[in-house]
Design a protein around this ligand. Structure first.
Ligand code: ADP
Length: 381
């Protein structure tokens, strides 16, 4: 045994799984990964890859029953399968009960409210019809934000509703209505906690969104916010993980409103896009931090070593097919610029194909470098 004799498996073999495998390499930790195809980003970087469907209860059980610890890099896995593995005595991280709360935006918001954590005002509905009835009797004021309770991500499953007609064409299923808040900044923070209650808190990042694609445009580390707000975010994160005895890695997204309120928007109990910069900019990456947590080791040092800007390399509009990255020479000629190419075979418009991390000491310089690089660096076919 070097670090552990326990067998650790990951459901999901996308880019987050790949970066987990890379973080495991210095310890020579053997990871087992399951996803649909051996073409996926993590496959070449893990010791054992299983082709399988993490949505299938049977396949999740078959994958996990030979392992000791099972964790995830994506939320959309079979929860029934995870519950079964837990009942078989396996360590499942995050806990399937917690994952169930996270997967339902209605339950998630109620969870914050019940914990006394500041969040956006909301109402939960079992169907679109139910929401329409409440509108008819005049119990909701326009505008508000409609959100699908299940399976919304990257802005899909979110719609601004200014009048009743805007509901036309929306999915009939369970949904919530949220107060429309006036957002000054969108922020995120990653916290880890092991079974002894030892926590690692990274400094907050600031997310800037592209309104066209409704996707993260870039991320700035550290966030340009007063220390007071950063402290408040950390306190909220600690409250959430301590009150439920959470074990694992949790990314929490916040809104800072134009009137200075800090509200929790949503959370993800797994490695997160908003923590990519931790590889280059922090003493311990979010990926190593999750590995430490699943093995119940003490958290690594989260101290920031330098500033960073992260932006995603998205498939260029108009290109679908085998992916190619144009302008890579300029990237390698740029100081402290780091390429993360996920290795997905096919590009399509706005697909996340990789990311660039620019590190340094001056945020203004980093922003200029990003603008310059962006002009030349394109994902095409
Ligand atoms: P997803 O999980 O799909 O990313 P989010 O809940 O984060 O969905 O919503 C996507 C984006 O929509 C947010 O980043 C934010 O810009 C905007 N948004 C979400 N909820 C609200 C709200 N209640 N008021 C104003 N803007 C919102």
């Amino acid at each position: 045994m070097i670090v552990t004799d326990l067998k650790v498996g990951i459901l999901g073999g996308g880019q987050l799984g790949k970066m987990l495998c890379i973080a495991a390499a210095p310890w020579h930790l053997e990871l087992f990964v399951m996803d649909k195809s051996a073409d996926f980003p993590a496959a070449p970087y893990c010791h054992h890859f299983t082709e399988g469907d993490f949505n299938s209860e049977e396949e999740v059980i078959a994958f996990g029953e030979t392992l000791d610890i099972i964790t995830i890099e994506i939320e959309g896995v079979s929860i029934k399968g995870l519950h079964k593995l837990k009942s078989m005595g396996k360590t499942v991280i995050p806990d399937p009960d917690f994952l169930e709360i996270v997967r339902d935006k209605g339950r998630q918001n109620a969870f914050y409210r019940d914990l006394g954590v500041p969040t956006v005002g909301f109402s939960s509905f079992d169907s679109l019809k139910e929401l329409e009835k409440v509108i008819e009797v005049g119990n909701i004021r326009f505008p508000f934000v409609w959100k699908s309770r299940f399976e919304g991500y990257d802005g899909r499953g979110v719609k601004l509703v200014k009048r009743a007609e805007d509901l036309k064409g929306l999915p009939e299923g369970p949904c919530i209505s949220e107060d429309l808040v006036s957002i000054e900044k969108e922020l995120a923070l990653i916290v880890s906690r092991n079974s002894k209650g030892e926590k690692g808190l990274f400094d907050p990042v600031e997310m800037v969104f592209d309104s066209r694609a409704n996707l993260l445009d870039h991320l700035q580390f550290p966030a340009g916010i007063p220390e007071r707000i950063a402290e408040q975010m950390k306190q909220i994160a600690e409250t959430i993980v301590d009150k439920v005895g959470f074990r694992g890695l949790l990314a929490i997204e916040f809104f800072l409103t134009t009137d200075g309120q800090l509200l929790v928007n949503e959370m993800a109990p797994r490695p997160h896009n908003s923590g990519h910069h931790t590889i280059e900019c922090c003493a311990t990456s979010q990926y190593e931090q999750l590995l430490r947590t699943v093995l119940d080791l003490p958290p690594g040092d989260t101290a920031a070593s330098r500033k960073g800007i992260m932006y995603n390399l998205l498939g260029s509009p108009g290109y679908t097919g085998p992916a190619r990255l144009k302008g890579v020479e300029q990237l390698f000629a740029t100081e402290d610029a780091h390429l993360h190419w996920y290795g997905k075979k096919q590009t399509r418009p706005f697909r996340k194909m990789g990311h660039i991390l620019l590190a340094g000491s001056d945020m203004g310089v980093l922003r200029e470098r990003m603008e310059r690089l962006r002009e030349g660096l394109r994902v095409v076919v």
